[in-house]
Design a protein around this ligand. Structure first.
Ligand code: 6PG
Length: 233
């Protein structure tokens, strides 16, 4: 993998929204669709909101949305990544229902993983892809260097034959469904969005390639990695 591009900014949300719009317009021009994986957590919502307010020429009706992970809670639960995306972006944009591949956190986690993987497999088959290929896959990073719901020391890190799996994690709520590296590494571009606050040391070690941290193990087969790091004063 080529070295990641590192962008340090005091305007993380603005820069992230612009990057999503830029990658989206390019994907739609090339393939008629923009396959975008949304990150969860508390960081990306501001960028999603800005994109909903001003899509910068990106046709949100041509975006296929997936989620890098989901907490196993109902879709209207305060901890739901889908709810966060719905409130900041999806409800404000004209996104056809069929373009949102929600991980159903309200059902059995294994069933939810299998269901979402089957949806992605149907699209991948239409594109003649062995693995569904996101145009842009957004990820966050936790203070322990986890990404999506790939946490240090958990078996999900080692899954090589599935695209999504149920997992537990130390960050509440514990039961989750997550993308595996197999699906993440198929992306054309993976973009981490994170604030440096409370994560400076871990970030340094991740950027140095320390594989003790799950975020450092993201390694697209034929794609790029961007780190967009918020340094709000
Ligand atoms: C989740 C996220 C998780 C998140 C990181 C960073 O469901 O919690 O997918 O990977 O991106 O924990 O979270 P913050 O953005 O809140 O720091």
């Amino acid at each position: 993998m080529s070295a990641p591009e590192v962008i340090r900014t005091e305007q993380l949300a603005e820069n992230a929204a612009a990057l999503i719009a830029e990658y989206g317009k390019r994907a739609i021009a090339e393939r008629g669709i923009f396959r975008l994986a949304l990150a969860g957590g508390s960081t990306p919502g501001a960028a999603y909101r800005l994109l909903a307010e001003d899509p910068q020429g990106l046709d949100l009706a041509k975006v296929q949305f997936t989620f890098g992970d989901e907490r196993c809670v109902p879709p209207d639960h305060a901890d739901s990544n889908y709810r966060m995306a719905r409130e900041t972006l999806l409800d404000k944009a004209t996104v056809p229902e069929g373009n949102v591949f929600r991980i159903r956190g309200e059902i059995d986690p294994e069933a939810a993983a299998v269901e979402c993987e089957a949806q992605l497999k149907a699209v991948a088959a239409r594109f003649g892809e062995k693995v569904y290929r996101h145009d842009l896959l957004l990820l966050g990073m936790g203070e322990d260097g986890h990404t999506a719901s790939l946490f240090p020391g958990y078996p999900a890190l080692d899954v090589k034959d599935r695209w999504l799996v149920p997992t537990l994690g130390p960050k509440p709520p514990p039961q989750r469904v997550t993308f595996t590296y197999l699906l993440i590494d198929a992306a054309r571009c993976v973009c981490f969005l994170t604030n440096i606050k409370g994560k400076a040391e871990v970030l340094e070690r991740v950027l140095a390639g320390d594989r003790a941290f799950p975020a450092a193990r993201v390694n697209p087969t034929d794609g790029t990695v961007i780190w967009m790091i918020g340094e709000s004063r």
